[in-house]
Design a protein around this ligand. Structure first.
Ligand code: AAL
Length: 431
C-alpha cells in the first residue's frame, strides 16, 4: 500500500516538474531567441548548447575568439628530398627561435642509402637500413632570414655512440633557451622503432650558441614510467616552455596498445617540471594533462598556455587552453591543423605573465609522396595572437571539393556490408 502511495506521489512530482519545466519553456517560447545574438548571456532558459556558447568559450562567435583560427600553408624553399625516393626525410620540427638576425629551426633528419622498411618489418632493419621514417636519424638544423627560404646548416646533435641513450636514433627535438644557454631535448632511441614498439625516453644536449657545438648530457632526463604506467614505454615529442621560473616540459605518451584496437587512436600528453634544464624533472601527478593530440604544439597565452591538439584522441581538432598550465579546456574547434607544429614563440622562454600567442611556424607533412617514404617540412600561418586580428584566418570552414571527397572511398568490406543490408531488406520484401 505504502509502495503504491509512494509511486503515485513520485508520479505527481514528475508531472508537476514537467509542468513547471513546460511552463518555463512555454514562458520562454513567448520570447523567441533574438535575431541578433545577445553579447551577454540572456536571463532566460537556454539549451545546453547555447549555455555552452556563453560559458565554455572566451567569445560567443568565432570571428572574435582569439584562440580560433584557420591555417594557411606555404611550401618551403631550400630543402632537397632526393626526388622523394625515401632516402631523405625531415620531420618533427622544433619551435622556431630568432637569434643573431635570423630564424633557427631544428628537426629530425634522416639521410639513408635506402628508404625505410617500415615498422612492421623492423626485424629487417640494420645499422644502415632504417625501420621507421625516423629511425637512424640525427638532429639537423636550418636558418632563414625570412621564414620561407631556409639554409640547411647540417647536423646539430648526432647519434651518440652505443650504449648511450639515442645511439640508434635521436629524433623529435625541441629547443629551450634558459639563462643564456641552449638545450635540445630529443627522443633517444636505443632500438629500431617497431621491434617492440615506438619505445624511447628523452635525453638532452646543450650549447652556448644556437650554432653549437652541442654536448650530449648523456642523461635520460624524462625517463619512461614504472611498469604498468601510461608512459612506461614511450616519452615522445618533448616540448619545453618556461613558466614561473621553471621548465614546463610537455610530452606525449603512446599507450593503451591493444590487439582489438589496432592502431590505437589514443594519444595523451603529460607534463614534467624542473628547476634545472638537466633535471630532475618531476612528472605532474595529474598526468596525462591533455586527453588527445599527437606532436602537440603549445604556447604561452595570456596568463595560461594554449595547445594545438590535432590528429588523435577524443578531442582532436581542437585548440585548448589551461589558465593554470595543467587543466586544459577546449577553446575552439578547427580543421586542417599543422601536424607536429613548431611555432615561432617569441615569449616561449621569457616566463611571460601575458603570452602574446603565435602567427606562424614550421610543421610537417608525413607520407609526402603517398607511399610513406618520407616526410617534408612546411610553413604554416595562423592568427592565434593577441597582437593581430586577421579575419582572413577566421573563416568558418574550408571547401573540400568533390575530388577530395572521392579520394576517401568505401573499402571492399564496407561495400559488402552495404550489399548485405540491402539484400536483407529485399529478403524482408519477399517474405
Ligand atoms: C611522431 C612523433 C614521435 C614518434 C614518431 C617520431 O608520431 O610523435 O617522433 O616517435 O612520430
Amino acid at each position: 500500500m505504502i509502495k503504491r502511495g509512494l509511486l503515485i506521489f513520485a508520479s505527481i512530482l514528475v508531472l508537476v516538474g514537467c509542468e513547471t519545466e513546460n511552463k518555463t519553456v512555454k514562458e520562454a517560447s513567448k520570447e523567441e531567441f533574438p535575431f541578433f545574438i545577445p553579447a551577454e548571456k540572456p536571463d532566460r532558459p537556454l539549451s545546453a548548447a547555447v549555455t555552452r556558447n556563453y560559458d565554455a568559450y572566451d567569445k560567443i562567435r568565432p570571428e572574435q575568439n582569439e584562440l580560433y583560427t584557420q591555417f594557411k600553408y606555404t611550401k618551403l624553399k631550400g630543402f632537397d628530398y632526393n626526388g622523394g625516393d625515401g632516402t631523405i626525410t625531415r620531420r618533427d620540427p622544433s619551435k622556431v627561435i630568432f637569434e643573431k638576425g635570423k630564424y633557427y629551426v631544428w628537426y629530425t633528419g634522416r639521410k639513408s642509402p635506402v628508404r625505410p622498411v617500415g615498422m612492421a618489418s623492423a626485424k629487417e632493419a640494420t645499422d644502415v637500413i632504417p625501420s621507421a621514417d625516423w629511425d637512424l636519424s640525427d638532429i639537423w638544423y636550418a636558418t632563414s632570414k625570412d621564414g620561407f627560404t631556409w639554409k640547411e646548416e647540417g647536423i646539430a646533435v648526432p647519434r651518440p655512440p652505443k650504449p648511450q641513450a639515442g645511439w640508434r636514433s635521436v629524433t623529435t627535438t625541441d629547443i629551450l633557451k634558459f639563462k643564456g644557454k641552449y638545450y635540445l631535448y630529443y627522443q633517444a632511441f636505443m632500438e629500431a622503432s617497431g621491434l617492440r614498439g615506438d619505445f624511447c625516453p628523452v635525453s638532452v644536449a646543450y650549447a652556448d650558441s644556437p650554432d653549437g657545438p652541442w654536448t650530449h648530457s648523456n642523461k635520460i632526463v624524462i625517463p619512461n614510467g614504472p611498469e604498468g604506467s601510461w608512459d612506461q614505454f614511450s616519452i615522445h615529442d618533448p616540448y619545453p616552455l618556461v613558466h614561473e621560473g621553471k621548465i614546463y616540459l610537455y610530452y606525449k605518451g603512446d599507450f593503451d596498445k591493444r590487439k582489438e584496437f589496432k592502431p590505437s587512436k589514443i594519444r595523451m600528453q603529460g607534463l614534467a617540471i624542473a628547476e634545472n634544464p638537466l633535471g630532475p624533472f618531476v612528472k605532474h601527478p595529474l598526468n596525462p594533462v591533455i586527453n588527445s593530440g599527437h606532436e602537440t604544439t603549445l604556447f604561452p597565452f595570456k596568463e595560461g598556455v594554449a595547445a594545438i591538439v590535432q590528429r588523435d584522441g577524443m578531442e582532436h581538432n581542437t585548440i585548448q587552453y589551461a589558465k593554470d598550465w595543467v587543466n586544459f579546456e577546449i577553446a575552439s574547434i578547427t580543421e586542417l591543423m599543422p601536424v607536429a607544429g613548431g611555432p615561432f614563440v617569441p615569449d616561449a622562454f621569457t616566463d611571460t605573465k601575458n603570452g602574446r600567442g603565435i602567427t606562424w611556424g614550421i610543421s610537417h607533412f608525413i607520407n609526402a609522396d603517398g607511399n610513406w617514404n618520407h616526410t617534408i617540412l612546411t610553413r604554416f600561418d595562423c592568427d592565434l595572437s593577441q597582437d593581430i586580428d586577421d579575419q582572413k584566418m577566421k573563416g568558418h570552414h574550408y571547401n573540400y571539393g568533390p575530388e577530395f571527397h572521392y579520394t576517401h572511398k568505401l573499402s571492399g568490406d564496407q561495400k559488402k556490408r552495404i550489399i548485405k543490408e540491402t539484400n536483407k531488406l529485399k529478403g524482408n520484401e519477399t517474405n
